[in-house]
Design a protein around this ligand. Structure first.
Ligand code: ZN
Length: 680
């Protein structure tokens, strides 16, 4: 539950990066459809890597891409079949590619590629095709039986009988992750993490029996398993070499083994070995052992994540979605995060929470800035800009965690945002705009650093408190806790003392952005009439609305700390008292830390229900109207660079080159062709 997703739509004109040289001619823009923009990111400094490091990066990238089918299948049981069918139609179509039906079909396929399935990656609502059923049926009819992705024993007619409602009926598999706690969230979620007929209560009972409350080093139950009902009995189908997703896992293991052969040091070899052992057996104890070795390796230049990691795709927050990140250290920028992480204990000791809930000893929070080299699985095409792992609470407490900021991704967002008109439309006045231009880039990076490397790692649970006690609100409250920690400290004079910031007011840029986003602009991601659902968005609205309400008349001169004001019929966020706003962030941090430490489900749920979920329809409509004039896509993601090995006559790799030749469809079709072990 520890990743930061981007909100960067502010085209900051700041000195882009203190260190890296940005190639101004690089073309970040790739594609634009529906509510999505696809970008490409640059991998600066790839050329500085040694041949051995380049090889390792290449092998890890192969391991990353080999898992693609897994996330598609986890996201929905018909996704792989639908992808093959749509791609067959797309590549074989010989009608008019400018016809309305084909254009609509192409848009749908691009959406499906982006969602790794038929549901939106973020809202998890099912996509609505805008082409006709007749068009679809006609296209499928033109495909010979031998090219149809039929399930074993399935006829053409049977396939269509299943897929037509899945694609066209809005009521069938409507939502991938249903978080509405008044319903059975397992039975009503369309993901493929639970088998047919399995209920929420059955899953909860199943794991409750398995958990030992006295176990101080519990594995992450359910992380690598689908829960199914067989012969009336609830059981796990584990993901491992000879289990579910075996053919994909075999490929991943092969490439991990290759990577191991060129690993940088013994520590890295050791954790790759553990990871392979875990993939072979599915034994979660081995995954914990791997996670500890991985968290403790802070020396290696090349690093990666490859596995079932984050649990946002599971309404019960247990099963990990398959993902992979491959990256290497950005040495220059890492000095910033080094300064923060080496002072972790100072930050913990001075945090505004009840001392009982602080950690006496913050364990090895290591932080670094990285250059992403490959994104895959659940981290592709939509990706995080910061990650903090491992997720297991006891491992974090006893062995520490590793926190990374993906700077080349943030940079790509920022570069691609220049001149998009956002600031002119939503920021209240010229001085505020100027402040954002000057300080938002750096304070936003710092917010990510603080959120990931200190926020999630801070605080502790009281003895006997179940780490899942906050249930369906756990993710949103955890994100709020980390965000509040970051907001509180981004304004701390300590950052000037450490030489990270040069202006005591720089934090105001991040505060303004956060409040504007939480109160208004993030609503751009929500369809009219819907509530806020996604954990990070709930977190942001919770914080913003709570401080808005609790800061009434508490600012200097009796003004509101933050207010919404009207100018020329438009609503703007106005911040009247920044120091007081910081104090309010601190107060809310103290309360949410208490809720987490004590496992106070009721208080947490009250906060969520009161501030995080409901949308003011008037503001919502206004935000959507103002955005519609700007044509800024609410969501963005990336395609990856292409790595190509060069060989000598003996078949040895002599170099790996990097290039960025593909458009969006090229890349997606290539991945389906070359990296689809579950559909071959
Ligand atoms: Zn987080």
């Amino acid at each position: 539950m520890k990743r930061i997703i981007p909100t960067l739509i502010f085209g900051t004109m700041a000195t882009l990066n203190m260190n890296a040289v940005v190639d101004k001619t690089f073309n970040y823009h790739v594609d634009r459809f529906a509510d999505i923009e696809v970008l490409r990111y640059e991998v600066p400094e790839f050329h500085r890597l040694s041949l051995q490091q380049k090889k390792m990066l290449y092998y890890l990238s192969q391991a990353a891409q080999m898992g693609r089918d897994i996330i598609w299948d986890q996201n929905g049981k018909y996704n792989l079949q639908i992808r093959q069918l749509l791609e067959n139609i797309y590549t074989g179509y010989n009608g008019d590619r400018n016809s309305a039906d084909f254009k609509a079909f192409e848009k749908y396929l691009k959406q499906v590629w982006f969602g790794n399935g038929i549901h939106h990656h973020y809202s998890t609502d099912k996509f609505r095709p805008e082409f006709s059923k007749a068009f679809f049926e006609e296209q499928v009819a033109s495909i010979p039986d031998s090219d149809l992705p039929l399930a074993p024993g399935q006829t053409r007619a049977e396939m269509m009988e299943v897929l037509i409602p899945v694609i066209f009926d809005p009521a069938v598999m409507a939502k991938r992750v249903n978080q509405d706690g008044t319903q059975d969230v397992v039975a009503t979620s369309a993901n493929n993490l639970y088998g047919d007929g399995v209920t929420q209560k059955e899953v909860e009972d199943f794991y409750a029996k398995m958990k030992n409350p006295n176990d101080e080093t519990p594995v992450s139950y359910g992380l690598n398993a689908k829960v199914v009902k067989k012969d009336g009995k609830i059981q796990e189908e584990k993901y491992h070499l000879t289990g579910l997703y075996g053919p994909a896992i075999a490929e991943i293991i092969y490439w991990l083994d290759m990577a191991k052969s060129v690993a940088e040091n013994d520590a890295q070899k050791a954790y790759i070995t553990k990871l392979i052992d875990y993939y072979v057996t599915g034994d979660l104890k081995l995954f914990d052992e791997y996670s500890i070795l991985w968290a403790e390796d802070t020396q290696s230049d090349i690093d990666f994540v490859n596995g079932f990691i984050e649990s946002y795709g599971d309404p019960l927050g247990m099963t990990g979605s398959w993902e992979s990140y491959v990256n290497f250290k950005n040495i220059a920028s890492s000095s910033r995060t080094n300064k923060i992480s080496s002072n972790a204990q100072w930050f913990e000791d001075h945090s505004p929470v009840d001392p009982r809930f602080r950690k006496d000893k913050v364990k090895g929070v290591s932080a670094k800035v990285i250059t992403a080299a490959m994104l895959a699985g659940d981290a592709f095409p939509s990706t995080a800009i910061g990650i903090n792992l491992p997720n297991s609470n006891w491992i974090r407490a006893q062995h520490g965690s590793k926190s990374v900021t993906l700077e080349n991704i943030t940079e790509a967002y920022d570069m691609a945002s220049h001149g998009n008109g956002f600031n002119e439309e939503f920021v209240i006045d010229e001085p505020t705009k100027k402040m954002l231009d000057e300080y938002l880039y750096i304070t936003d990076m710092l917010h990510t650093d603080l959120h990931e490397c200190l926020g999630h790692a801070s605080g502790r649970l009281m003895p006997g408190v179940d780490q899942d006690a906050l249930k369906e609100n756990g993710s949103a409250l955890e994100e709020a806790r980390a965000d509040l920690f970051a907001l509180y400290y981004v304004a701390d004079p300590k950052l000037l003392e450490l030489g990270i910031l040069d202006n005591p007011d720089a934090y105001q840029a991040e505060y303004y952005k956060f409040m504007l986003n939480g109160l208004m602009t993030q609503l751009n991601r929500i369809e009219p009439g819907n509530n806020v659902e996604e954990a990070h968005m709930r977190n942001r609205q919770l914080i913003a609305k709570w401080v808005l309400e609790n800061g009434r008349k508490k600012g200097k001169g009796g003004k509101d700390v933050v207010e919404l004001v009207k100018k020329n019929g438009k609503t703007y966020v106005k911040i009247n008292d920044y120091p007081k706003l910081r104090e309010l962030f601190g107060n809310l941090l103290a309360e949410i830390q208490r809720i987490k430490s004590e496992g106070d489900y009721k208080a947490g749920n009250d906060l969520i229900q009161k501030y995080a979920v409901k949308v003011d329809p008037k503001i919502h409509k206004e935000v959507l109207d103002r955005f519609s004039k700007l044509d800024i896509p609410p969501y963005r993601g990336f395609i990856n660079p292409v790595y190509t090995p060069e060989y000598d006559t003996a078949g040895e790799i002599t170099d790996i080159t990097i290039s960025y030749p593909e458009n969006y469809a090229d890349q997606m079709l290539r991945l389906s062709r070359d990296y689809s072990p579950l559909t071959k």
